[in-house]
Structure formats: C-alpha cells, structure tokens
Design a protein around this ligand. Structure first.
Ligand code: NAD
Length: 258
C-alpha cells in the first residue's frame, strides 16, 4: 500500500492550480504526508495570498517564502523545517525559469545572463536544496525533481532550458551517488508537456501538446495528478530500490522514433 503517513514533505513550485507541484502536493496529501509548502514571494504578496488559498484544503503545517536565488531564504526555510519538524523525509523540487526571449528562436543567441539565470534557478537549485535537506533527512529520504525530454533531445524552442534539464538529470545522478549511503534516494520525473504558467513561456507549447496527442502510444498527454501519483510512488517505500533514475511519465512519447 502506498502510505506516506508520518512523512514530512516539503513541496516547492506551486504557483497556481495548473502547477505540476499542485498535482504532486494533492497526491502526497492523499497518501497521508504532512505537507510544508514553499512559494515564490513577490513584492506585493500576491503569490503568497493566491498559493495560501489554494493549498489551504491540504492543511500544510508549514508555509514558507523561498526564492531559490536567495541564500537567506533557503537557509531560513530549512531552519524552519528543522525547528518545527525535526526531520525531513521528502523534498519535491518542481521549479524552473528561463527568460521568455531564450525560449524561442536561435539557441546560439542565448545571452550570458539568460544562460546563467536558467541554470541557476532550474539546475543549481536542486543541488543547493538537496544539500540543505541532507542533514535533516536523518531517517533516509526521497528527493524528486521534474525534468523534460528536451534535456536529452533537441526540441524546438526549448533551447537553454534543455541544457538546464540535461544538467539537472546529471545532478540527480551525482546526488543519488552521494546521498545513497544515507538512504536518501534522488530521482527525476520526465513529464510530458502540460499547459502551465512555466510551459506557456516556451514557444509553440500548444503545438507540442497536439503533436504528443497524435503520436504518443496513449494518444494523449498526461495530467498533473498522474505526475503526482508517480511522485507519491517515488516518495514511498514501494520504490525503495530506485535511485538516480529519470522516470518518463509522458504517455509513452519518449519511445517513439517518428
Ligand atoms: P509552474 O509555472 O506552475 O511552476 C514553476 C514554478 O517555479 C512556479 O511555482 C514558480 O513560482 C517557481 N519558480 C520560478 N522561479 C523561482 C525561484 N527563483 N525561486 C523559487 N521558485 C521559483 O510550471 P510547471 O510546468 O508546473 O513547472 C514545474 C516543473 O515541471 C519545472 O521544473 C518544469 O520545467 C517541469 N516540467 C514541466 C512540464 C510542462 O509541460 N509543464 C513538462 C516537464 C517538466
């Protein structure tokens, strides 16, 4: 049985009810996990209000601002986890960002600052959050991140985010190798294209979804809740032998050649 009762799960990346992290949070809650939610703060506090309202039915016991470009906020997030929970069992890394102008057109025109921003937020943050989670995962743990096929194949317009995802998938392997002796497992879910705030910045996302609906073995793309189910599995003892892997939740699209 998939049972996460007694597990403390920190979930990053909820922006709205279309977020993949929202699908994951719902399924972790359903499996009995105690949730902590982080959100990306903005100056006017709009995101805080919106996310707080959305997650309220899941009764999170922690609700913390955490911009992954801000070291102090990261430190304070994990200090709160330590002070309030004592131990952490699950970390969901479900965030990414690249400037819109770097998500269409010629990859060779990516700016230095755009490249840095994409890799810092989308890739390095997994390394940094995992490093901060490590001392709190005293009874083992599970770290799950989100990636996309554009990290292993050239997908039109995905551009610098593909490079970020390639780095993310390799970071999963290095983290899994380092943290395995502490019984902390690290895996990635490679999700099929889903309409979200982040994906709408990628040029031609609707065409990508349409293409997947025509070509994928299941003749559709996937939902946030399906990704959430796989995340719950990866966070549970049912997947106790799995680490360092990229698991495709994409209606089978990845196996197709044409
Ligand atoms: P989303 O816009 O709902 O989520 C992206 C999140 O990243 C937001 O909550 C945003 O606040 C957060 N974020 C951005 N910059 C941040 C920062 N500096 N600090 C903290 N948080 C920050 O979109 P999503 O599609 O649910 O994306 C979640 C993850 O899933 C991303 O890693 C994305 O690459 C991945 N993914 C998405 C798809 C898709 O088609 N939607 C497919 C495969 C993988």
């Amino acid at each position: 049985m998939l049972n996460l009762t007694g597990k403390n799960a920190l979930v990053t990346g909820i922006a709205n009810n279309r977020s993949i992290a929202w699908g994951i949070a719902q399924q972790l809650h359903k499996a009995g996990a105690n949730l902590g939610i982080t959100y990306m703060p903005d100056e006017r506090g709009k995101m805080e209000t919106k996310v707080a309202e959305l997650v309220q039915p899941l009764n999170p016991s922690l609700f913390i601002p955490c911009n992954v470009q801000n070291d102090e906020q990261i430190q304070s997030t994990f200090k709160t986890v330590h002070d309030k929970w004592g131990k952490l069992d699950i970390l969901i890394h479900c965030l990414a960002f690249a400037n819109k102008e770097d998500l269409s057109g010629d990859f060779s025109q990516t700016s230095r600052s755009g490249f840095k921003t994409a890799l810092e937020i989308s890739t390095y943050s997994l390394v940094q959050l995992s490093g901060a989670a490590k001392p709190l995962m005293t009874q083992g743990g599970s770290i799950v991140t989100l990636t996309y096929l554009g990290g292993v194949r050239a997908i039109p317009n995905y551009n610098v985010m593909g490079v970020a995802k390639a780095g993310l998938e390799m970071s999963v392997r290095y983290l899994a190798a380092e943290l395995g002796p502490q019984n902390i497992r690290v895996n990635a879910i490679s999700a099929g294209p889903i309409r979200t705030l982040a994906s709408s910045a990628v040029g031609g996302i609707l065409d990508m979804i349409h293409h997947v609906e025509q070509v994928a073995p299941l003749r559709r793309t996937v939902t946030q809740l399906e990704v959430g189910n796989t995340a719950a599995f990866l966070c549970s003892d049912l997947s106790s032998g799995i680490t360092g892997q990229v698991l495709y939740v994409d209606a089978g699209y990845e196996i197709m050649g044409m």
